[in-house]
Design a binder for this molecule. Structure first.
Ligand code: SAM
Length: 292
């Protein structure tokens, strides 16, 4: 929700072309994430943009991704699909409307309650569960599972392995798992640490329902293959608030090995459109892996 929020806001100050050099080291940014997911989820629901939400992928892109995912899954109507980190259910609801039995799982209760109410009102075959995908206990229940919005890049190494194990367990043998992820740009490791900043002035956003400024600092730690995003929210009145999130950039071969260790074999690396094979220089790609 946080990283893609930039897409729909107009910056006051364009990101400087020449990034500033950073003096701080990655170890100083210890937690993976201090984003208040519950609070942000509640606020996100107040930030509708047409059929979509500020900070999430626009509805037309969700339409395309859902159509492509369903083509890859190639499942009969009624098959069961698991939507991990489902948010307000943009993907689940579309799949439910096509006749699939979708289970959406999200750690933030407000989006789950919202998605559940929408599904009930529309009579969709979707169920929504408020829980962490790192604690789900499904066992061979699903024909396919997916995780969107590069959420996978926000996980620590241990959490990533835990998630993949649980996804494998949730799938029937032969079931497909799809996720999009940001991979390390070529020659990234050789670059020095750097920083870029953008300031937005917003009447409201998933950070606040009052007018505020949002400073987004993107700190890049190439040697560690990580980015840290620092969000400073400055309200018209009152104290500023700040949050951090860490973003681990993955490498295709290493991620394939992780998937394989969990019992998921990569079948394809796909481009952002989920239709064509991912070219080697692509930074956002989809992995499609089959459960053994
Ligand atoms: C960027 S949003 C994407 C929402 C939705 N998949 C979409 O693309 O419209 C990421 C979602 O992952 C959820 N999330 C983060 N960590 C989670 C966890 N450990 N278990 C379940 N959901 C989680 C957040 O609450 C948030 O709704």
């Amino acid at each position: 929700m946080t990283n893609s929020a930039t897409a729909s806001a107009t910056p006051d100050v364009p990101t400087p072309r020449r990034a500033l050099r950073l003096r701080r080291r990655l170890e100083e940014f210890t937690p993976m994430d201090t984003i208040p997911w519950e609070e942000q989820a509640e606020q996100l629901l107040r930030c509708r943009e047409g059929d979509g939400y500020m900070g999430l992928r626009p509805p037309a892109r969700v339409d395309d991704e859902v159509a492509a995912l369903l083509d890859h899954f190639a499942l009969p109507a009624g098959a069961s699909i698991l939507d991990l980190g489902c948010g307000p259910g943009m993907y689940s609801a579309r799949m439910g409307a096509r006749g699939y039995a979708v289970t959406g799982v999200d750690i933030a209760r407000p989006v789950i309650e919202h998605a559940r109410a929408e599904a009930t009102a529309a009579g969709l075959p979707c169920r929504y569960l408020a829980r962490s995908f790192l604690e789900m206990e499904f066992d061979g229940e699903f024909d396919a599972a997916f995780l969107t919005n590069s959420t996978i890049n926000h996980l620590s190494e241990d959490a990533l392995d835990e998630l993949l194990r649980r996804v494998r367990r949730a799938l029937r043998p032969g079931g497909l798992f799809a996720c999009d992820l940001v991979v390390l740009p070529r020659d990234f490791h050789e670059q020095p640490p750097s920083e870029s900043r953008t300031i937005f002035t917003l009447p409201r956003s998933p950070w606040s329902d009052r007018p505020h400024r949002w400073l987004e600092r993107k700190l890049s730690f190439p040697a560690e293959g990580q980015r840290v995003v620092h969000h400073v929210i400055v309200p018209e009145r009152g104290a500023p608030r700040e949050f951090w999130s860490r973003f681990v950039m993955l490498e295709r071969p290493a991620f394939s090995r992780r998937l394989a260790r969990a019992g998921l074999d990569v079948e394809a690396w796909l481009d952002q459109d989920l239709r064509s094979p991912a070219l080697p220089e692509r930074e956002l790609v989809w992995a499609l892996a089959r459960a053994r």
